[in-house]
Write a protein that binds this ligand. Structure first.
Ligand code: ATP
Length: 273
């Protein structure tokens, strides 16, 4: 077709029509005087034009179809875009809601953290207070323990003193008991004589380790009286003296001086034949 149009060389015409399509200039109708083949040329050009119109129509339909397809694609794309926009808006809304939720959660967490910090401060204060109370209590207990130890030492000392006093009293009681037993023994002894019955003389017969022996009178008899030295008189020696007198009072032998008796008042005195 394009080759045919290119081959066409326009000639002078009148009462014709022209149209430019793309790079082509089409011409039909009119008359070209002086050319015998006008009719045939007009018919040919008419067919060319009709062919060209048909091609243009077909091209127009194809373009229309392309345009429709493009429009459909565009509409599809617009729908997709709208959907994408809607999805984006929905996601943005969800993101805002999520952000608000997170913001609320964050505020809630911050509030909880503040409460926890406040609680921690209170607990810290309570711990410090209790620690001070414990230290004060410990000091009081320490003082009480020290006071208790001091009292215990005092009581221990008093107890020892009391025990010593009791031991002393016990020894005194034992000594007193022994003296009483000796006195009882003496009182019960048959060898005890009354001192007032003895008449001492100045005649000294001799001196021993325990006393001096003098001549004395006793119930009409001339006897030897041995007076114990005052320095040796003691509770122990008195006891020994009493036991010796008990034994002497029970012994009789030709080779022994006969024991007569003894006094227990004042300085003990032993009477022998
Ligand atoms: N019955 C007596 N008759 C005569 N002389 C006596 C008699 N008894 C004692 N004498 C004299 O007195 C002295 C002293 O007598 P005494 O009994 O004290 O002697 P002693 O046994 O050595 O003394 P002591 O027993 O005190 O140690 C005697 O050595 C003795 O000479």
């Amino acid at each position: 077709m394009a080759a045919k149009a290119a081959d066409y060389q326009p000639v002078e015409r009148y009462s014709h029509s022209t149209v430019r399509v793309g790079g082509y200039l089409y011409m039909w109708g009119g008359a070209q005087p002086g050319l015998p083949e006008d009719r045939r040329e007009i018919d040919r050009l008419t067919r060319v034009l009709q062919e060209r119109e048909r091609e243009l129509e077909e091209e127009r339909r194809e373009k229309e179809q392309v345009r429709n397809r493009l429009q459909q694609q565009l509409q599809g794309r617009e729908r997709q875009l709208q959907q994408a926009q809607q999805q984006g808006q929905e996601r943005e809304r969800q993101a805002r809601e999520r952000e608000q939720d997170l913001q609320q959660q964050l505020q809630e967490k911050e509030k909880q953290v503040q409460q926890a910090q406040e609680r921690e401060r209170e607990i810290q204060q309570q711990l410090q207070s209790r620690e001070r109370e414990s230290q004060e209590r410990e000091r009081q207990l320490q003082r009480q323990v020290e006071g208790g130890q001091q009292r215990e030492q005092d009581l221990q000392r008093q107890l020892q003193e009391r025990e010593q006093q009791l031991e002393e009293r016990e020894r005194e009681f034992q000594e007193r008991e022994r003296q009483l037993e000796e006195q009882i023994q003496v009182a019960e002894s048959s060898w005890v004589v009354n001192r007032r019955e003895i008449r001492m003389t100045g005649v000294v017969l001799g001196k021993g380790g325990w006393g001096e022996v003098k001549v004395a009178g006793f119930r009409g008899l001339k006897v030897a009286a041995k007076c114990l030295y005052e320095v040796i008189i003691s509770p122990y020696n008195i006891g020994t003296f009493s036991r010796e007198m008990n034994i002497a009072s029970k012994i009789r032998h030709p080779n022994l001086l006969q024991f007569i008796g003894a006094t227990t008042e004042g300085n003990p005195m032993i009477l022998t034949e």
